[in-house]
Design a protein around this ligand. Structure first.
Ligand code: FAD
Length: 459
């Protein structure tokens, strides 16, 4: 009998799941209906800062597969259609077509919830004024570009100095805006320890971005036409012709929660390793709307990243299509950049390691990306955390110029394999002067961390 798979959410997780299920099951075995609230499907939100910066001219380049291409593959993708209710017991979802408000119920044999995340928008005066922009979707990116094109003033304020805020600050700087970056924490990039965040602070300031830490935004001040004109903090007021918000996201899980599906402490849907919603036999969830297992801390967390969403979607599609796949968890790897400064982390920060109950040592080294004599050798700082008793690697952070960021992948593999920092020092990494010094910066850090473990009496 032909079954029907319903997918809610038409981006990374949802359409990866739908596409993989379609690869495994023919249309006469499995009908696939996908609902997407927006105009686009399978788009790369990750590319928005580079589109705004001008590296990418056309938003179509950020679309991996258009709605028409999905439909040609026998996926009935219904854009501009929002799912408003999941009836778990009845095996059906209610959807509303946004252009005309028409509502229908659609039955399912299998359901995938891939509703993503919702940007945090604190209820401040002026937060919804024209000129204030989020950057979550391609429509958001287009609205921001329209504002930039229609504004003569050159003052931009970015609220939030996580990776999205920092990437957007660069994008606006490259469009010749005077950029102020407001940050609530003591240093930018709270995905790093403050001593590593300090390096980002210095680099960002060196680029000409005004970086203000410990800034608590209280209001977006508007003019007589209601347009944003300034961002007010508890200490100061920053003139703004455009305001960009990058203050984090929360799982978009209300629909699932209202249907009685389980959510965790961070508000993300809870699944097993096959990405099946806990307690359900025919409902899966993946992407920014779920919590993941942090394999280092051994806890559930919410880590909204496209890299996870795509992999989880693939796992879901395989299981829905009759195969077997699992997503065992993550080690917390992320990489980003601001101009030529590369910023990367994997595993736990000091505060996270402490919270997870680890006793640990740290080691920080300065090293170069190539042999010191080789043209273009650039400096980087590598910080490593290792468990004090066992020497097991707990985390690595890297801040530096070209060639720094993706070095974190070596540490991510070591974390996944449960290696000690001493074992890492013997890793057979490639070497030639244009690529690294004889001792790669990651190995130099591992060696120093090994010394710190020994000094603290491992074993
Ligand atoms: C500016 C920016 C830069 C980023 N850069 C990176 C990066 O460099 N690396 C990285 O790994 N990640 C990055 N990310 C994160 C990445 O984009 C997300 O993790 C990824 O898009 C999550 O995919 P998803 O399918 O779970 O959710 P989403 O991409 O949010 O898709 C969910 C979709 O579901 C739809 N939807 C929600 N509710 C409903 C409903 N009730 N009915 C119908 N449709 C619904 C939404 O409209 C949305 O299109 C970035 C994000 C942003 C915003």
């Amino acid at each position: 009998m032909r079954e029907r798979l319903v997918v809610i959410g038409g981006d990374a997780a949802g359409m990866s799941a739908a596409s993989q299920a379609r690869r495994l099951k023919d249309p006469d075995e499995l009908e696939i209906v996908a609902f997407e609230r927006g105009h686009h499907a399978s788009y790369s939100a990750c590319g928005i800062p580079y589109w705004v910066a001008g590296d990418v001219d056309d938003p179509e380049q950020l679309v991996a597969r258009t709605p028409e291409e999905h439909r040609a593959r026998h996926i009935d993708l219904r854009t501009r259609t929002e799912v408003t209710e999941i009836d778990v017991a009845g095996g059906r979802v209610r959807s509303r077509r946004l252009p005309d408000g028409q509502e229908v119920w659609t039955g399912f044999d299998k359901l995938v919830v891939a509703t993503g995340a919702r940007p945090v928008r604190p209820p401040l005066p002026g937060i919804d004024a024209p000129g204030v922009h989020g950057v979550q979707t391609l429509d958001d990116g287009q609205a921001l570009l329209d504002t930039l094109r229609g504004t003569k003033g050159r003052q931009a304020v970015v609220v939030g100095a996580g990776y999205i805020g920092v990437e957007m600050a660069e994008a606006l700087l490259r469009r010749d805006y005077e950029v102020t970056l407001l940050n609530r924490a003591p240093e930018p990039m709270t995905t790093l320890d403050p001593d590593m965040g300090r390096l980002v602070h210095e680099a960002v300031t060196g680029l000409g971005i005004r970086m203000v830490n410990e800034a608590e935004v209280t209001e977006i001040r508007t003019d007589e036409q209601g347009r944003a004109r300034a961002v007010v903090t508890s200490d100061a007021e920053y003139p703004a012709d455009v305001v960009v918000l990058g203050i984090g996201v929360r799982p978009e899980s209300e629909l699932a929660e209202a249907a009685g599906l389980p959510v965790g402490d961070f508000g993300g849907i809870l699944t097993d390793q096959a990405m099946r919603v806990r307690g359900q036999s025919a409902i899966w969830a993946g992407g920014d709307c779920v919590e993941v297992l942090d394999l280092v801390a051994g806890r559930q967390r919410h880590i909204p990243l496209g890299t996870h969403a795509n992999k989880q979607g693939q796992v879901i599609g395989t299981n829905v299509g009759g195969g077997y796949a699992t997503f065992p968890g993550v080690v917390g790897t992320a990489v980003s950049k601001v101009c030529d400064l590369e910023i990367a982390r994997t595993g736990l920060l000091e505060a996270e390691a402490r919270e997870a109950g680890f006793q640990f040592v740290t080691a920080t080294v300065e090293a170069t990306s190539r042999a010191g004599y080789f043209p273009g050798a650039a400096s980087m700082t590598v910080k490593m955390l290792a468990e004090r008793r066992t020497g097991r690697l707990l985390g690595t952070q890297i801040v530096g110029r070209e060639g720094a960021g993706k070095r974190v992948d070596v540490a991510a593999v070591a974390l996944t394999a449960g290696m000690t920092v001493e074992q890492m020092t013997a890793l057979d990494l490639g070497y030639a002067p244009p690529f690294s010094p004889v001792w790669d910066p990651v190995l130099v850090a591992a060696r120093k961390a090994t010394q710190a473990v020994r000094a603290h009496g491992a074993g």
